[in-house]
Design a protein around this ligand. Structure first.
Ligand SMILES: Cc1cc2nc3c(=O)[nH]c(=O)nc-3n(C[C@H](O)[C@H](O)[C@H](O)COP(=O)(O)O)c2cc1C
Length: 197
């Protein structure tokens, strides 16, 4: 529970509180993150499952105030930069799109799926440690690739803002009303028994 925003999410079936408790705020407190704080989140991502255990995920992080943070923030679309540059850390989530097979690099069809699993573990560990992680797809891919020296054969999927949740009053007023946990589709819209039909 956060002092600023009440989380009224209710699960339809019993799940651990971390799943409804994690959400994506945009208001961050001034508190800084240490390198150790960030590495703990990346350690959680490290233990994600992946096809043939190839671990295709790659991460680049910056801490507020350093050159890495500025390079990542520079790639965000203005809407996201407006709030995310107050985060304590920015983490770029990328993956290696190929894998070694019979001594040749071949496309890895699971690179994005596996990297999504790693991001979810990062976000949940952040929540468990009292941080908030907010994923963003709104960034300039070419700029991110150039700013961060992305090698060929790698794809950037998202940028994540991480920080201690802050007071929504510090957000631009258009964002204040959106600063609350949202809901989910019921399982009846996303789950079928035995067949997709
Ligand atoms: C891949 C991805 C891209 C997203 N892109 C943005 C974004 O560009 N800007 C933003 O404010 N939120 C973005 N979000 C946050 C989602 O809107 C949010 O996760 C979703 O509404 C569910 O809310 P919750 O995370 O609070 O549970 C993104 C989330 C994901 C996973």
């Amino acid at each position: 529970m956060n002092a600023h925003v009440k989380n009224l999410r209710i699960a339809d079936h019993p799940v651990d509180a971390q799943f409804t408790g994690r959400w994506s705020p945009r208001a961050f407190a001034a508190e800084a993150m240490s390198q150790a704080d960030v590495l703990t989140l990346l350690e959680a991502a490290r233990w994600a499952p992946s096809a043939s255990n190839v671990q295709p995920w790659r991460f680049v992080y910056g801490l507020r105030g350093d050159a890495g943070f500025a390079a990542i923030a520079d790639a965000l679309v203005p809407f996201n930069r407006g709030w995310a540059e107050k985060a304590a850390a920015l983490i770029v989530i990328a993956s290696k799109t190929t894998t070694l097979k019979d001594e040749a690099e071949v496309p890895n069809p699971f690179h994005a799926f596996d990297t999504g699993a790693a991001w979810a573990q990062l976000a949940l560990q952040a929540h468990l440690n009292g941080w908030a992680a907010h994923g963003m797809g709104g960034f300039d891919h070419a700029k991110a690739a150039a700013n961060l020296n992305l090698p060929a054969g790698y794809a950037i999927h998202a940028i994540v803002a991480v920080g201690r949740q802050g007071n929504p009053a510090n957000l631009h007023e258009t964002l204040q009303a959106r600063e609350r946990p949202n809901d989910r589709l019921p399982l009846s819209e996303t789950v079928r028994h035995a067949s997709f039909a």
